[in-house]
Design a binder for this molecule. Sequence first.
Ligand code: AHR
Length: 309
Amino acid sequence: STSTGSSKDDGKKSEEKIVVGFSQIGAESGWRTAETESIKETLGNDSRFELKFSDAQQKQENQIKALRSFIAQKVDIIALAPVVESGWETVLQEAKDAKIPVILLDRGIDVKDESLYTSFIGSDFILEGENAAKELIKLMGEDTKVNIVELQGTVGASAANDRMEGFANVIKENSNYNIIKSQSGDFTRAKGKEVMEAFLKSDGENIDAVYAHNDDMALGAIQAIEEYGLKAGEDIKVVSVDGIKAIFEAVAAGKANIIVECNPLLGPQLAQAALDLQAGKEIERWIKTEETVFVGKEAAESALPSRKY
Ligand code: AHR
């Protein structure tokens, strides 16, 4: 053969890389952008991996197409951040038939056959919803009458379903607390603002608190509250999930009150899981992420300098 040693080596090295196909939902929130960056940075800067990235622009059909293309390309591992919970059976069966393990990232799915995916890396969204409610009750007092409006995430997403369920579980135990309106703001700032404007129009001064399933919608709601002429964080308390820098700034400025952290920096855990799988090791069914809650100005101010997303 006339091929040079070095080009032969290069060829060999790239053959040995673990090829990971990642189907991302889109870029609807600061949280999701941070997740994408974490995965691109971790896998992209590690010579043991080759990352194939696909952005589905919020559409499940695009995710299904991406998965089929990953299967056709014979990737070693598929990572999937599923936009909604249902409708995955067929394509995941195709991955299983092709013997490609699927790791779910950050959102869960609803399938009867649990063997259709290998592992889930992410947070406990029900717990996040419960923590949001508990902290709100602590902040406003058990005996105060509180009318809450809720900004839900994307319809059908586990992050929306579970955060709604967890919050409701706690709220229903206290008859002073009522969710008077609940609607999807699709996890975006623009939609969060729009829905909050409608809530203010119909219920105005009766609203005591807003619970947003993510920070972006909360930031949109804050804008709507201010434009309506009320003080966000005072007249209407604001609690949301994620923990992006912009919400820490809002809490530090007194415009929001409670942050329930949800960690998007899943790159390192995905890399470890992929290495373990490739080495033939068993990996945990649910690889949980560590997170906490921040309440009030001081907590936000002191955490801000070390926030990574
Ligand atoms: O699945 C996680 C959720 O999706 C985040 O809380 C939200 O910001 C994102 O869009």
